[in-house]
Design a protein around this ligand. Structure first.
Ligand SMILES: Nc1ncnc2c1ncn2[C@@H]1O[C@H](COP(=O)(O)OP(=O)(O)OP(=O)(O)O)[C@@H](O)[C@H]1O
Ligand SMILES: Cc1ncc(COP(=O)(O)O)c(N)n1
Length: 268
């Protein structure tokens, strides 16, 4: 019988296919990890922004989680959009039961500027969910919220990564430089060492879903047994190729190309 590794995403949706659950499942599939999903919120959105949000009733989120956890092996789990404290409480209670590494993309605001997490849930995320993670992947504004300080330089980014682990209890922190200028540099602090992952900045406005795609790729590689360092290194390559070969679809920030590494014919 063929053995297979599995990855679960717990997140909101994007009917335009570039971000959220849709981006996660496309990424899992590309990286040959069997993808599973629990939907927290249905979001009417596209490349121009968010038009409406419908939160799934808590009971239904719980039933989705129970359905997967009670029946399926789970080798890695990620969360994306979790809008409320109540949803976070449920996830904090259920995900440790999977025993799988937990990657948190602390989605607060979409690329378009629309808010995806209730303001009062941010503290709960930091205090209750962060300590459960194997890795958290904040962009600059999210890292600024987590540490309560402004980030202006690469030194600030490294310090933020260390604080998020040493002070707030994340397993590891990957502070992403997509919102800085110059090369796209990310810093990983694993509790011992800072690692740097860098690529040239690609001149494009098609960045819808980059954060989702990156954290999903890390989750897929972790599910396959790669070390955290190797998972981030390979995922950085995956997201860079996805941005470099992105699609000018829609009239706003277009989506990335989830099959770009396959098209490169590179076995990662
Ligand atoms: N223009 C770009 N060229 C190359 N790499 C980029 C570019 N923009 C973002 N990245 C990279 O993409 C990954 C996602 O980072 P980013 O900081 O954009 O996350 P995010 O803000 O969560 O995503 P989003 O912008 O979709 O909300 C990081 O590795 C970052 O360095
Ligand atoms: C449901 C959902 N989750 C997350 C994002 C963030 O996407 P981005 O990576 O563009 O910030 C999004 N737009 N929608």
């Amino acid at each position: 019988m063929m053995s297979v590794n599995t990855a679960l995403t717990i997140a909101g949706t994007d009917p335009s296919g570039g971000a959220g659950i849709q981006a996660d499942l496309k990424t899992f599939q590309e990286l040959e990890s069997y993808g599973m999903s629990v939907i927290t919120s249905v979001v009417a959105q596209n490349t121009t922004g968010v038009q409406a949000i419908h939160h799934i009733p808590l009971k239904m989120i719980e039933q989705q989680l129970d359905a997967v956890i009670s029946d399926m092996p789970i080798h890695a789990v990620k969360t994306g959009m979790i809008a409320s404290i109540e949803m976070m409480k449920l996830i904090a209670e259920k995900t440790p039961k999977t025993d799988a590494p937990y990657v948190m993309d602390p989605v607060m605001v979409a690329t378009s500027g629309d808010t995806l997490m209730e303001a009062n849930a941010r503290n709960f995320l930091r205090e209750q969910l962060l300590p459960l993670t194997a890795l958290v992947t904040p962009n600059i504004p999210e890292a600024e919220f987590l540490i309560g300080e402004q980030i202006e330089t690469v030194e600030d980014m490294m310090q933020a990564a260390a604080l998020i682990v040493d002070t707030f209890g994340a397993g590891a922190a990957l502070v992403k430089g997509g919102h800085m200028t110059g090369d796209a540099i990310d810093f990983l602090y694993d509790g011992n060492k800072i690692h740097t992952f860098s690529s040239e900045r690609i001149d494009t406005k098609n960045t819808h879903g980059t954060g989702c795609t990156y954290s999903a790729a890390i989750t897929a590689y972790l599910s396959k047994g790669f070390s955290l360092y190797d998972a981030v290194k390979k995922a950085k390559h995956f997201v860079t190729a996805a941005i470099a070969n992105s699609f000018s679809l829609g009239s706003g920030h277009g989506p990335t190309n989830h099959w770009a590494t396959r098209a490169e014919k590179v076995r990662l």
